[in-house]
Design a protein around this ligand. Structure first.
Ligand SMILES: NC(=O)c1ccc[n+]([C@@H]2O[C@H](COP(=O)([O-])OP(=O)(O)OC[C@H]3O[C@@H](n4cnc5c(N)ncnc54)[C@H](O)[C@@H]3O)[C@@H](O)[C@H]2O)c1
Length: 473
């Protein structure tokens, strides 16, 4: 009996996508292709709109349907195939489709980048080693230094360089000035089966955050939901770190933090709210997931720092100058320290970003009884003279308490979104978390983290200042 495999391809550009044993055949640039019993891919004209062949571009298998006689079985492959670079010219028709799963974090990936990095890159393990050494020199116990370093390395690995190594010096400065206590251990102040109010005791953000999210996960496993609020915490890095922790435990995670005032409410020229990030993470099938992790301002302030580090301008709509009007000068933006809310001006609905930033305050500063809005100390890279007393919120939800099959439907949602018709054929539709996945795959492929030369310079200065082994490239 003849078995026909219908292979639906991503509308992303691809080159020479051939299933195992298939001879080289021209393929449509998007739509469907059919693979017969000998695995030879042929085009399905009904769905074929163009036959453009592109070289050395990304490819992704979306689904495979096997038709045997009258029965059809379908396998959705969107969750199990990752963007792949293909060889520019195939002379032989034999190629095996790689089906590396999407994976959330470095903890769950094979860390090819932990081996010695190529020149100009820093191996992930070397970056972590450097961070741990620096933190330990700043009066932080090894276990806490490791937690903080894991968080920072993850930020760089995911492509959020503003919140990785770039933040290390700020933490060190705070530790040296005793405005943050590297030894502090959080404590529960009030608890119910589903909730906890925690005192972070002015500890490192990662230590407080990990403690709170782990507590929320435990509660979600026991009673379906865990909602934990912390006061007296410090800068906790990428909000997504905590939701990934929940996802890796099979839960939906949510996390928010308030931060030093850096964003103006709509119609004001002065900052009253922080960049107040929100992250929501939900697990899909086979390591796929939805990982929204965003500042409620147009950008995180770290992105302005990065532009400044590189001596490059910022786009209009990121930040205001002292007169309250948008500026493109990264130095002016940095000095003024007044970002625009997500959405920009009132005309472009910036009041929605302003509303989200204020909502974060409701769940963080107000609920936790910490500092909030203008009551939070001013943001400083040089080290603060007073405790930050930030408020943070960590939520875990056990999807097993709701409709069965959450992960499958989440992956299906992702597939629907990823397969929507593209405006630009070179830019496939992504879902939240995909840019970070693509970045992690790139770091793995290239064998290290591509720190900017000015970042390496800062690390060298830090190593001299603290007397630790310089970072190796
Ligand atoms: N701790 C703090 O004080 C603080 C403050 C602000 C921001 N942050 C962190 O800074 C990091 C960067 O924040 P950001 O707002 O600049 O992030 P961003 O704008 O780079 O990304 C925001 C979200 O959009 C998604 N995304 C990006 N491009 C997409 C596309 N084309 N299609 C679909 N989704 C897409 C990303 O996956 C991410 O979930 C975050 O990790 C955030 O938690 C921390």
């Amino acid at each position: 009996m003849q078995t026909t495999r219908t292979v639906r391809l991503a509308r992303a550009c691809f080159q020479n996508l051939i299933t195992t044993g298939a001879p080289l055949t021209p393929l449509p640039s998007h739509g469907f292709a059919t693979c017969d019993a000998s695995s030879r891919i042929v085009q399905t004209p009904a769905h074929n709109t163009t036959t453009t062949m592109l070289t050395n571009v990304a490819v992704r298998l979306i689904s495979v349907s096997e038709v045997t006689g009258t029965s059809t079985s379908s396998t959705n492959c969107a969750d199990s195939c990752v963007w792949k670079q293909r060889r520019p010219h195939l002379t032989s028709g034999r190629q095996v489709l790689d089906s590396t799963p999407f994976i959330h974090t470095q903890q769950h990936r094979k860390m090819s980048s932990s081996v010695a990095a190529k020149q100009g890159l820093v191996a992930v393990e070397e970056a972590r080693r450097f961070m741990v050494d620096c933190l330990v020199k700043a009066k932080t116990p090894l276990a806490h230094a490791k937690q903080q370093a894991d968080l920072l390395v993850e930020a760089d690995y995911r492509g959020h360089f503003s919140h990785g190594m770039n933040r290390l010096e700020m933490y060190i400065n705070d530790l040296h000035k005793n405005s943050c206590n590297g030894e502090a251990i959080p404590a529960v102040l009030n608890e119910t089966p589903a909730t906890a109010w925690v005192d972070g005791n002015n500890g490192l953000g990662a230590v407080v955050g990990n403690y709170c999210m782990d507590l929320a996960i435990r509660k979600a496993k026991e009673v379906g939901v865990g909602w934990v609020c912390a006061k007296r915490s410090n800068h906790y890095g990428i909000a997504g770190w905590y939701t990934l922790r929940a996802m890796n435990a099979g839960c939906i995670g949510m996390s928010m933090t308030n931060t030093s005032p850096l964003a103006s409410p709509t119609r004001s020229k002065e900052a009253a709210l922080g960049t107040n990030p929100i992250s929501v993470g939900a697990p899909g099938k086979d390591g796929d997931g939805f990982v929204l992790d965003m500042a409620t301002t147009a950008v995180a302030v770290g992105k302005i720092e990065m532009q400044r580090r590189k001596n490059e301008p910022i786009p209009v709509g990121w930040a205001q100058g002292p007169d309250g009007h948008p500026t493109t000068d990264a130095n002016v933006a940095f000095e003024t320290a007044c970002l625009m809310p997500l959405g920009g001006t009132e005309l472009t609905s910036g009041y929605k970003g302003y509303g989200l930033g204020a909502m974060v305050e409701v769940f963080c500063g107000i609920l936790a009884g910490s500092n909030y809005a203008t009551k939070i100390r001013k943001w400083t890279h040089a080290g603060a003279d007073s405790e930050a007393d930030l408020g943070q919120c960590f939520v875990a939800i056990n999807p097993a308490c709701f409709a069965p099959g959450f992960e499958g439907r989440l992956s299906d949602l992702n597939s629907i979104l990823r397969n929507m018709p593209m405006t630009d054929p070179d830019h496939p539709v992504l879902v939240a978390g995909d840019p970070e996945r693509i970045h992690m795959a790139k770091v793995d492929k290239e064998g290290g983290l591509p720190y900017h030369v000015n970042q390496i310079k800062t690390c060298t200065e830090l190593s001299e200042r603290l007397g630790v082994k310089p970072i190796e490239q």
